[in-house]
Design a protein around this ligand. Sequence first.
Ligand code: SIB
Ligand code: ZN
Length: 428
Amino acid sequence: MLPMTTDVPRIQTVDILIEGSTITNIGENLPEEGVDVIIDAVGKVVLPGFINCHNHGAMSLFRGYSLDLRLMEWLSQKIWPAEERLDADAVYWGTMLAAAEMIKSGTTTFADMYFFMDEVAQAVKDSGMRAALCQGLLFIDDQGERRLQSAQKLFENWQGKADGRITTMVGPHAPHTCPPDKLKEVMDMARCFDCPIHIHLAETVEEVEHIFHHYGKSPVKYLYDLGMFEDHHCLLAHAVNVSRDDMYLLRGFRGGISHNPVSNQKLGCGVAPVVELRKMGITVALGTDGAGSASTLDMFEEIKATAWMQKNRAADPTAIKAYDVLRMATIEGAKALGLEQEVGTIEVGKRADLILVDVEKPHLYPRTDICALLAYSANGADVDTVIIHGQVVMEQRRLRCMDEKEVLRKAQRAACRVILGQQSEFPI
Ligand SMILES: N[C@@H](CCSC[C@H]1O[C@@H](n2cnc3c(=O)[nH]cnc32)[C@H](O)[C@@H]1O)C(=O)O
Ligand SMILES: [Zn+2]
C-alpha cells in the first residue's frame, strides 16, 4: 500500500483490517479468524481513494454538448438555458452517472455544487460515495431567495446523513454572480451552519476584468475585503488568474484551492500558479469540474495534467513531483474539504476509503518507481476494487451499489429530454 501519510513516498506490504466503516489495524500477517471478507491485493497497489474537490455531477448529462466556447458564452448561451430544462429525475440520473464514472476511476469522495440537491444527496446515498454538497447560489435573476431556501433545506435534511458520508457546504457560485450584500448573507449562513464555503474564483481573465470594472479590485481582493478569508473554511475552485498580491492575501486562509487543470485547459482559462501557491503553504487539491467542461471525471487525468502543466509553466521538470500530485489527489483534497480527520490517508482510526489499482498491466511495467507509475502511467480503468466507508462498492470493476446498465440507460434518456427537449434518441 501507499498510505500517503508521509512527506516522502513509503510503500509497505501489509494487511489492512476494516471493522464497520473504520480501519482498525494495519500490520504484517494479521490473523484471519473472525474476518468475514478477505480481499487478496496481490498484484495491486492500495491507495486512499481520490478526492475530487470540484464537480457538478449531474452536468455529466452535458458531456459532449456545447463544446469549444468561452466560459461566459458557454454558461450563459448554452448551459444555463439547458439547465432550465433540468428536472429532479434528470439530476438524480446525471449524478448517478457521475458516481458510476467516479467510482470506476478511483474517486471515493467528491465536492458537488448544483441544484435539485435532494436528488444529488439521494444519488450519493444510493451510490455509496462520500460527498460534500452545496446548492449553487447565484443572484442573477429573481430566483436568489429560492436558492437560499434550498441551501437551508439541504443543510437541514442531509448534513451528516447517509451514515455520515454526506456533509454540506454553502455554495456562492462566483464573484461575478454574487453581489456583496448577498455574499455577506451567505457568509452569515455558513457561520450559522458551521459549514465550509465553496466558490468559483478567478477562473477567467473576463471574470477578473468584470470584477475590476465593477469594484476596482481583483476577485480575490473582493472576497478578502468582505472578510471571507478571516475565519471561514473556504474551498476555492480554480484560482487560475491570481496575481502575486492575491496570493499574499490568500496566505494562511482556512481550507484549500481546487485546481481543475483539464477544465482550465479545455476552456483556455490559463494555468494556475500551483507551485507558487504550494510554496506559500496554501493547500492545493484537485478536481475535475463538471463533465460538461472537463469531459471526464477521471482523476488520473487531472493528476497527469497538473504535473505536465506545472513542469511546463516553470520550464522545470523538478517543479512538481509524482508524489506531490498524488498527495494533491488524496490528503490535500481531504484538507480542502475539512475532512482530513476522516479520509485522505490509510491510517488506523480513519474511514476505510480505499482503492486497489491493478498494476499487472503492460503500461505499468517494469516495476520501477510505483509513484511515478501511478501518477504518470496509470489511468482510471486500472482501478480494480473500491471500498468506501468500509463498504465494497466495486469489485473487479463491477459496481455493487448500482445497476450500471440501468444508470447508462436512464442517463441517456434524461440527456435526450433535457438537450433535445423531447424523448427521442440522439442520432448515432
Ligand atoms: N442553474 C442552477 C444553479 C446551479 S449551481 C452550479 C452552476 O455552476 C455552473 N458551472 C459549471 N462549470 C462552471 C465553471 O467552470 N465556472 C463557473 N460556473 C460553472 C453550472 O452550469 C451551474 O449553473 C440554478 O439556477 O439554480
Ligand atoms: Zn465549476
